[in-house]
Design a protein around this ligand. Structure first.
Ligand code: AKG
Ligand code: FE2
Length: 346
């Protein structure tokens, strides 16, 4: 049984994911048509995407227009950063940020509340918004400045270049999602002008011998935002859970990103798109690096089940909620879960 942001989900329950199937591999979507003008090709892409999002909620994308050099730059930055002395990393620890930016060490996170900490270290940035910005002054706590390591301008440059590329790709992907949902292509545009979008560098040391399922690279979870675009190095660790409760491999494919639907999108589509549970275990014997990018709409954007996903047979399952309130509620629930668990273990 897993607790996700839109309610409790048993491994086999249909509930939120009425169309989910026991997939045994992940679909590959060629995004090229979204950058072109061939209307038929765009409609074919929309149909493929709709199927991937409703049946699996996890897929690869290719021809995404992100230059390989930008991706390589971000992985180089991740390797350099995690190799820094601990004091440099602790100097920008996430506890020093009011907006969840910065570094977290091994075992400091626990993505699956029934587990015992994740075997990864991380570094998070989001949209760079100054303290003087009206939204920050108004208390919209998910906006704010990033924390950067001292004297590392090249690191910052590489990470920001990747962040910008992900923002552009996400807006393009949303055009394809809009078509897949029978909406005008620009339906989401005004809602993602100042998106809640987090880039995370991750480093997973290898795990050897017998592995306790309660302490793995990242425990079973679903993501909070609309979707996640994940870049992997060449080490296989990621797995997605199918409708039979089986873990299906999501190995790295050169030139591809993995995209998975998150809980905001499941909610927005009235449960039509599946926010699929996943985890990562690094048994490779080598260090693994991955870079997820979590993309959701503006803090004030209202997420109400889309008209194209509601009818007499599928009444709206979710109350309207703003993007910021939803993400905050997930963080609060997670922290409340930790507090309860730690108390129970004391
Ligand atoms: O590193 C991976 O492959 C997955 C990371 C992930 O699921 C997350 O950070 O939410
Ligand atoms: Fe995830």
């Amino acid at each position: 049984m897993l607790q996700t942001g839109n309610g409790t989900r048993t491994f086999k329950s249909a509930g939120l994911e009425p169309n989910r199937v026991p997939f045994d591999s992940l679909p590959v979507i060629d995004l090229a048509p979204i950058f072109g003008t061939d209307e038929e090709a765009r409609q074919r892409l929309a149909a493929e995407l709709r199927r991937a999002c409703t049946e699996v909620g996890f897929f690869y994308i290719r021809n995404h227009a992100v230059p390989q050099a930008v991706i390589d730059g971000a992985f180089g930055a991740a390797q350099d950063f995690f190799a820094r002395p601990d004091a440099d990393k602790q100097a920008i620890h996430v506890s020093k940020s009011r907006n969840n930016r910065g570094y977290a060490a091994l075992l400091e996170e626990n993505t699956d509340p029934t587990a015992r900490g994740d075997l990864h270290e991380s570094f998070d940035i989001a949209l760079e918004v100054p303290e003087t910005d009206p939204d920050v002054l108004a208390g919209k706590n998910l906006y704010g400045p990033n924390l950067w390591p001292e004297g590392a301008p090249a690191f910052r440059g590489d990470v920001e270049a990747y962040y910008d590329a992900m923002i552009t790709l996400s807006r393009n992907l949303l055009h394809a999602f809009a078509l897949a949902l029978d909406l005008p292509e620009d339906h989401f545009d005004t809602l993602v002008s100042k998106p809640l979008a987090t880039l995370r560098l991750l480093h997973y040391p290898p795990q050897f011998g017998e592995i306790d399922d309660r302490q793995i690279g990242i425990g079973a979870h679903s993501d909070y935002e609309c979707f996640t675009i994940l870049a992997q190095d060449d080490i296989h660790a990621l797995q997605a859970l199918n409708a039979n409760g089986e873990w299906i491999s999501a190995p790295p494919l050169p030139g591809h990103f993995v995209v998975n639907i998150g809980d905001q999108m499941a909610r927005w589509t009235n449960g039509l798109f599946a926010s699929t549970v996943h985890r990562a275990i690094n048994r490779s014997g080598k260090e693994r690096y991955s870079i997820p990018f979590f993309f959701g709409p503006n803090y004030d954007a209202e997420i109400t089940p889309l008209e194209s996903c509601v009818d007499a047979d599928h009444p709206a399952q979710f109350e309207p909620i703003t993007s910021g309130a939803y993400i905050n509620s997930r963080f609060e629930a997670t922290f409340a879960g930790y507090a309860a668990q730690n108390k129970a273990e004391d």
